[in-house]
Design a protein around this ligand. Sequence first.
Ligand code: CA
Length: 230
Amino acid sequence: MTESNKKILIIEDEPEIRRFLRISLSEQGYVVISATDGSEGLELASQEKPELIILDLGLPDRDGLDVLRSIRDWSQAPIIIVSARGNEESKVSALDMGADDYLTKPFGVQELLARIRVAMRKNSGGSTGSAVVTVGKLKVDMAKRLVFLDDIQVHLTPIEYGLLQELVKNVGGIVTQQTLLRSVWGLANTQKSHYLRVYMSSLRQKLEENPAQPRYIITESGVGYRLKDD
Ligand code: CA
């Protein structure tokens, strides 16, 4: 299965990583164009109108976050950040500025391809376009607000359901702590990430075979949570 001719722009200064991305993505049928710094990246983004952009944060000429902000001024193309920076602040900043996802180097091809599919799907109008979402043995009927595991109904509290719903709306994609807190508890509580830990833990107790090694609800440390797609 190939992604017929969708254009991906890579903005990355490290030649080996550029080469790795170019080869991996071309093999999948993507049309790959690349820039070696932020200025060239911005130029190509406006000229070539790629369907998706992979952006390195550590660029030689300008901060990747500046590049991200400039692109977001006029483009809604999904942007996936790839960066060696492990620090959580830069991930959160990038997501707050409108990046769609974040990969920390080094990362595997399969992981990258999965994130690209999720980001492109999200951009083409809704995460799923369906009221019933199935991930592995988990089935969520968003119209009826019902949750099933192996076809057996699971009873969730309104808060647990609210959190799960946010993750389901964005299957495979990262949902930040801010987004979860805002949507479930309202704006006033965006600092209270311990609420999230408590309720995510009870959600895992109900949904995960082994809550200590979750298969569905993955923690993105210091950033948020992700409902893992297959
Ligand atoms: Ca770099």
